[in-house]
Ligand binder design. Structure first.
Ligand SMILES: *Cc1c(COP(=O)(O)O)cnc(C)c1O
Length: 364
């Protein structure tokens, strides 16, 4: 039995430090926007190379607030990818803006800069790339086209904590970015959590107000906001893990590279690293015409695997009206052939060899 992710190993490893931190936070009873949230915000801003990092209740809220603070309004068009988790598009829709889905690069699965450029209309105000599976998008190209067309750039970094592009951290490149601390993410809490990053003082103030009922001074409210603060206990856990994020990501890269090496001779496509930056392998996703047979073989041996994502967003029922008749050939071909294998920093060489042996046993 090998699960998709095993959160227990990391907890066992960090238990003493996490438990001590939690107990001390419990003793302090400073539960809302306490010292650990403040410290985590400072530590993550420093790690990511941004001026401001603001803790919120989830990655979905982080993206929503990043778009709001960037000034995206109802009726605007926001260009993004259909090959992502629904939250990317939900954040756009919460504002009343319209997600415009464009196609992806067939090898990196990330949004195709040329497709962005082709989809720009007079209503387009923002672009939201997703650093999918932990691989940074071609941000130099996306940044250049945003500058050319006067568009706001907001990054979805839910899967890319610690990934770099040309030496820059993802989440430090656009006007603002949203991160998720969902337990299975590269930097995961033990519950929901998220982070918005920006270099803009004005946007940071606005995001702090949005997460706290539209208030900057207690009991004075400037706008309708939300109750969406990063939880103090989650901040305790995230501080412990942030110190080790580079080692965790290195463990994922090591596992991914071993997988690819062991499967190099098989008739399937292992993940492509485009060399633009450091892939942090939130997922290890291959392409195969025998995807369903491989899945079945793995499931029979009680080895975790999953299709991320089986239904691209332009084909989701919720967007049926919006996207009627839209065809995204690359996205659809990838969705039909993709398969994600178990990956986490502590995955062992023996486990990887066992998984590859099962894949190797599937008839061509
Ligand atoms: C996980 C995820 C989110 C949402 O994060 P939550 O913390 O679960 O709200 C958004 N976008 C992508 C690409 C994700 O993978």
């Amino acid at each position: 039995m090998i699960p998709m992710v095993d959160l227990k190993i990391q907890y066992a490893l960090l238990k003493d430090e996490i438990d001590a931190g939690l107990h001390s936070a419990l003793d302090s009873c400073a539960f809302i926007l306490g010292p650990n949230v403040q410290a985590f915000e400072q530590e993550s801003a420093q790690y990511l190379g941004v001026k401001h990092a603001i803790g919120v209740a989830s990655g979905t809220d982080a993206l929503h607030f990043a778009l709001l603070a960037a000034g995206v309004k109802a009726g605007d068009e926001v260009i993004t990818t259909a090959f992502t988790f629904i939250a990317t598009a939900e954040a756009i829709r919460y504002i009343g803006a319209k997600p415009v889905f464009v196609d992806i690069d067939p090898r990196t699965f990330n949004i195709d800069p040329a497709a962005i450029e082709a989809a720009i209309t007079e209503r387009t105000t923002a672009v939201m790339p997703v650093h999918l599976f932990g691989q940074p998008c071609d941000m130099a190209a996306i940044q250049a086209l945003c500058e050319r067309h006067g568009l706001k750039l907001v990054e979805d970094c839910a899967q890319s904590f610690g990934a770099t592009e040309a030496g820059r951290q993802t989440g430090s490149i656009g006007l603002a970015a949203g991160f998720s601390f969902f337990p299975s993410k590269n930097l995961g809490g033990y519950g929901d959590g998220g982070l918005v990053t920006t270099d803009s003082d004005d946007m940071a103030l606005h995001i702090k107000s949005l997460r706290n009922h539209g208030s900057q001074v207690r009991y004075y409210h400037d706008e309708i906001g939300y109750n969406s603060r990063l939880d103090e206990l989650q901040a305790v856990i995230l501080r412990v893990k942030l110190k080790r994020i580079d080692a965790f990501n290195e463990g994922r890269r090591r596992a991914a590279h071993l997988y690819s090496e062991l499967m190099a001779d098989l008739p399937l496509e292992t993940p492509h690293e485009d060399g633009i930056g450091a892939h942090v392998y939130h997922q290890y996703t291959l392409l195969s015409d025998r995807r369903d047979a491989i899945m079945q073989a793995l499931q029979q041996q009680k080895i975790g695997c999953a299709v991320y994502y089986p239904v691209p967003l332009h084909q989701q029922k919720v967007f049926a009206e919006n996207c009627k008749g839209q065809v995204l050939p690359v996205t659809e071909a990838v969705a039909a052939r993709c398969l994600s294998l178990p990956i986490y920093p502590e995955l062992t060489e023996a486990q990887i060899r066992e998984i590859v042996a099962v894949i190797r046993s599937v008839p061509a």
